[in-house]
Ligand binder design. Structure first.
Ligand code: G4P
Length: 527
């Protein structure tokens, strides 16, 4: 098959949601409808449970599950669908943000009872930064949720994106009757079933058709007629170009656990979601159709077996074809490398592959050569952009508890931060190491892994910092600003100076007193 055909065949996306909205359930149902699994329950729930903080082995076990389900690929209607899993747990949000750099579109799951939640907002901010196309699935219609019009208003207001319903619910909760598919004028009658796959769709071209009253009852039918009239009056027709630009999100309603509304979601996804898109490097934009291979590492996962310290680096192919055993250029290390056992993920299994194409995600065994954001090419010196570091929210200093093991500690911290478990900042001058994370859970992960994988023990001492800010502006002004703050200026892993602000007020003051310096809360910004 030609490269172009391979590219057009692929759809690589992520499912995002606030924990508990139904991401795992929907993923499983998509695999079920896509024929990748036969029975519900086959996809393990890879959530890291909220109560797991004190039970580290539980976290390890769950991390194990999450690596197995990191990418799930299946064929559907002549397309190859790659679902990239995103951890739902807030403390692992960085991981999710990075995974979002490797997708071409997302499906956002919203709980109809809860509406837009904290994690939804943050994830959508990342999608909006990259103009990622979004399809919304409003889930749990079998529960008494909020008014659908209110939900749509909330989505538009809180997520700064226009929406356009493509299906519409008929009642909710116990009286949920089904959805009317606005784009193809079809009625999908609800039937609570965790196993039944095929549903009966009834074509109702004209809503005044009396069959509608027979199927859902006169009151519900009238309500639907009224709602649809309002929708057609208020919302513009669905425009696929606006969707592809990340400006307009089509919305579906359903109940994932009941296999309801999933078929139309998947069918629409297959039809409208973009194939692998061009991607920006520090030197130029790379088209997926370019014959030479290139790709970047967006996730690194440590081996769970402490005896083998190798890791799995997840690479997203961006252009050309990747081949097993061929030498590729690791741009950062200026080193040529080849991979004898690259593998892909097909639903539940891992398979060694001979080649991979844009949109694919492959696993590469890594013995410590990779850092998140590393680029592989056929020789060209370029690095993919778009793997930002977000400001951590909790900062602690690492205190070595065993001076004999300082080398091990150094190495462990270095490797764990390469994996993206946390961010490392060094005091300069000085040798103090600060770790910044999004959630407390990571400190536990770091401490445990340092001890078990590197034989180093440490403790953490809390630091009163609020945000890490990367700076741009005139060099002399930045120098002036840094000069008077030796304790708050640190160096990140890439050698950039970073300002650690101790409170929102202090940050605000720094901003207003130094208008020539711009303070960024992510490391990726347009200079
Ligand atoms: P997450 O990955 O987004 O965190 O959510 P997950 O799919 O695990 O779903 C969270 C809970 O919501 C699960 O219940 C799941 O069964 C339920 N759920 C998912 N879709 C629907 C739906 O359409 N309707 C209703 N009523 N519930 C739904 P749980 O009790 O936490 O787990 P489980 O024991 O049911 O697996």
């Amino acid at each position: 098959m030609s490269l172009l055909k391979e590219i057009q065949k692929r759809k690589t996306f992520g499912i995002i949601s606030h924990p508990d909205a139904g991401k795992t359930t929907l993923t499983e149902k998509l695999l079920l409808f896509g024929g990748a699994i036969n029975v519900a329950g086959a996809v393990k729930n890879n959530k890291i449970t909220k109560t797991a903080t004190s039970d580290f082995m539980e976290i390890e076990k769950q991390r194990g599950i999450s690596v197995a389900t990191s990418v799930m690929a299946f064929d559907y209607k002549d397309k190859l669908v790659n679902i990239l899993d995103t951890p739902g747990h807030r403390d692992f949000a960085e991981d999710t943000f990075r995974t979002l750099t490797a997708v071409d579109s997302v499906i956002l799951v919203i709980d109809c009872v809860k509406g837009v939640e904290a994690q939804t907002r943050r994830l959508m901010e990342v999608c909006r930064m990259r103009n990622t196309p979004v399809i919304v699935f409003i889930n749990k219609l079998d529960r008494d949720g909020r008014d659908p019009f209110d939900l749509l208003d909330e989505l538009e207001e809180e997520l700064s994106i226009s929406v356009r319903p493509l299906s519409w619910p008929i009642n909710m909760g116990r009286d949920f009757k089904g959805v009317y598919l606005l784009h193809n004028k079809t009625l999908n009658i609800f039937e609570a079933s965790k196993t039944k796959k095929a549903k009966d769709y009834t074509s109702i071209d004209d809503l005044s058709d009396s069959r509608l009253d027979d199927l859902v009852g006169k009151k519900n039918a009238d309500q639907l007629r009224e709602d649809v009239e309002l929708i057609e009056g208020v919302y513009e027709p669905f425009d696929q170009n606006l969707y592809k630009e990340g400006l307009l999100a089509p919305v579906f309603f359903g109940s994932a656990v009941n296999n309801f509304g999933v078929q139309e979601l998947l069918d629409t996804f297959i039809e409208i979601a973009p194939s692998p898109l061009p991607r920006q490097t520090d030197v130029r934009k790379v088209e997926p159709t370019e014959p030479k291979f290139s790709g970047f590492i967006f996730k690194i996962h440590a081996n769970l077996d402490p005896k083998h310290r190798d890791r799995i680096a997840f690479l997203r192919v961006c252009s050309g074809a990747f081949h097993r055993n061929k030498f590729y250029h690791q741009v950062r290390l200026d080193k040529d490398m080849r991979f004898s056992n690259p593998y892909n993920f097909l639903a539940q299994s891992k398979n060694v592959i001979e080649s991979a194409y844009p949109g694919d995600v492959i696993g590469l065994y890594d013995t410590g050569n990779f850092k998140i954001g590393d680029t592989l090419t056929e020789g060209e010196e370029m690095t993919y952009k778009g793997i930002p570091s977000f400001s951590p929210e909790i900062f602690k200093e690492v205190i070595n508890l065993d001076p004999m093991k300082s080398k091990q500690l150094e190495k462990g911290i270095d490797q764990l931060t390469d994996e993206g478990v946390a961010q490392l900042f060094r005091q300069n001058p000085g040798n103090r190491k600060y770790i910044g994370v999004v959630g407390e859970l990571q400190f536990e992960v770091i401490q445990y892994r340092l001890e078990h994988e590197y034989g180093a023990t440490c403790r953490f001492e809390a630091l009163q910092f609020h945000k890490a800010c990367w700076m741009t502006g005139e060099a002399s002004k930045i120098d002036d600003f840094c000069q008077y703050r030796p304790k708050e200026i640190v160096i990140d892993k890439d050698g950039n100076r970073v300002y650690l602000a101790s409170s929102p007020y202090v940050l605000q003051m720094a901003r207003s007193n130094n208008p020539e310096v711009t303070f960024h809360e992510t490391s990726e910004f347009k200079v």
